[in-house]
Design a protein around this ligand. Structure first.
Ligand SMILES: Cc1ncc(COP(=O)(O)O)c(C=O)c1O
Length: 386
């Protein structure tokens, strides 16, 4: 089948045509180094400044509070390492158990180097217990790193309340907003978050570019040290094309956020209702919590996520599963596990994530095609039902 119905936008998004057009000259005739003193390079520098202004505008930040990085992972690492470097006597980090591996992997690495990490649990709806957060932050806590929205469940955490608690206790606050930037209105002036990470390829900019908001006055040490790029906050010659692309993508997101996200949410809700209505034994994960407008995480009982994905793939439908196939076993994702989804459902967890390019016709097609797939798999189910 030639047709691709791409419902895996939390994994990555298509580069918007307008973004690609804006990037194009910087692959060819405008190849100058932004650090050069001649105007051929200087003009490229102006374009980076413009991208920074556009991105800052999307977040309500000041342009000199934004620095470009190579990805969301680098932004997360920069924030956490910076806090640990600036507060060498503090050896404790607080995070949530449902963070992306960009944060969890780093925390694991730091634990092996003598830091202690508190991983906050979530309930069945994917929500944090803010009292537990308040208790977890101590005088020894250098930084709290809690995501804004979860990539798997789409559940959105109350950033403002979380930040208030953390700042009252005197720790630095970082949020991984990789999944929410461009999907939810975000204003850094409405919270006192110190660091906020984002990634280009989740908002229709290319892969390999990210950014970090560092509030003015927040103690900061760069992760990459060397040249003077990014106002001494991140050494290395800038990825000009991708930065230009991220700036344009931020501008597009800001312009169209409200109507686009309303439209996307309506499609997501229709997909959810259609699948729940036509697939017996389906449950929506995080459905009772505030969620990203584009994300549906649904568990089909008594079937296995990888098989659903394979059969959908034959029909050109791209989604993602809540379980990761390892060589030895089918492991349930840490997020689904933390949400205590019963085992018979957990294996059949599937994530559909929409974008502004998703159409009603595509949603109709998925609602039509997925229920027979589930029914077919149940007949063959190793889970003893069918
Ligand atoms: C919540 C979250 N944080 C961090 C990342 C990592 O971003 P990048 O791929 O740009 O390193 C992702 C990517 O999936 C993500 O969803």
């Amino acid at each position: 089948m030639d047709r691709v119905i791409y419902l895996d936008n939390n994994a990555t998004t298509m580069v918007a045509p307008e973004v690609f057009e804006e990037m194009r000259p910087f692959f060819s005739e405008r190849y100058g180094n932004p650090s050069s003193l001649h105007s051929f390079g200087g003009n490229v520098h102006h374009k980076i400044d413009e991208a920074r202004r556009r991105l800052a505008a999307l977040l309500g930040a000041d342009e000199n509070e934004m620095l470009f990085t190579s990805c969301g992972t680098e932004s997360d690492s920069t924030a956490i390492h910076s806090a640990l470097d600036r507060f060498p006597d503090k050896k404790h980090i607080v995070t949530s158990a449902v963070e992306h591996p960009a944060v969890l992997g780093l925390c694991d690495h730091l634990e092996q180097r003598g830091y202690s990490v508190t991983y906050l649990a979530v309930d069945e709806e994917g929500r944090l217990d803010l009292d537990e957060l308040a208790e977890a932050v101590t005088d020894d806590t250098a930084i709290v790193s809690i995501m804004h929205a979860n990539n798997e469940s789409g559940v959105v955490f109350p950033l403002q309340e979380i930040t208030e608690i953390v700042k009252q206790r005197g720790a630095l606050m970082h949020t991984d907003a990789v999944q929410s930037v461009g999907k939810l209105p975000l204003d850094v002036r409405k919270t006192s978050v110190d660091f906020l990470s984002l990634s280009g390829h989740k908002l229709h900019a290319p892969k390999g570019v990210g950014a970090l908001f560092v509030r003015r006055g927040t103690p900061y040490t760069p992760l990459l040290i060397g040249g003077h790029q990014e106002h001494n906050k991140r050494a290395g010659t800038e990825n000009v094309t991708s930065i230009v692309g991220l700036g344009k993508a931020a501008e597009l997101a800001a312009e169209h956020m409200e109507d686009e996200q309303t439209r996307v949410q309506a499609m997501r809700d229709r997909l959810q209702e259609g699948l729940v209505a036509h697939c017996p034994d389906a449950r929506v994960n995080g459905g009772g919590s505030p969620r990203l407008p584009n994300t549906l995480n649904i568990s089909f009982g008594y079937v296995e996520g990888e098989s659903i994905l394979l059969l959908m793939d034959e029909l050109g439908i791209c989604a993602s599963s809540g379980s990761a196939c390892t060589s030895a076993s089918l492991e349930i994702s840490h997020v689904i596990k933390c949400m205590k989804v019963p085992e018979m459902y957990a294996h059949g967890s599937t994530r559909f994530s929409l974008s502004r390019y998703t159409t009603d016709e595509e949603i109709d097609y998925v609602i039509e095609q997925v229920p027979p797939i589930i029914a077919r798999l149940r007949e063959l189910s190793p889970f003893g039902r069918g």
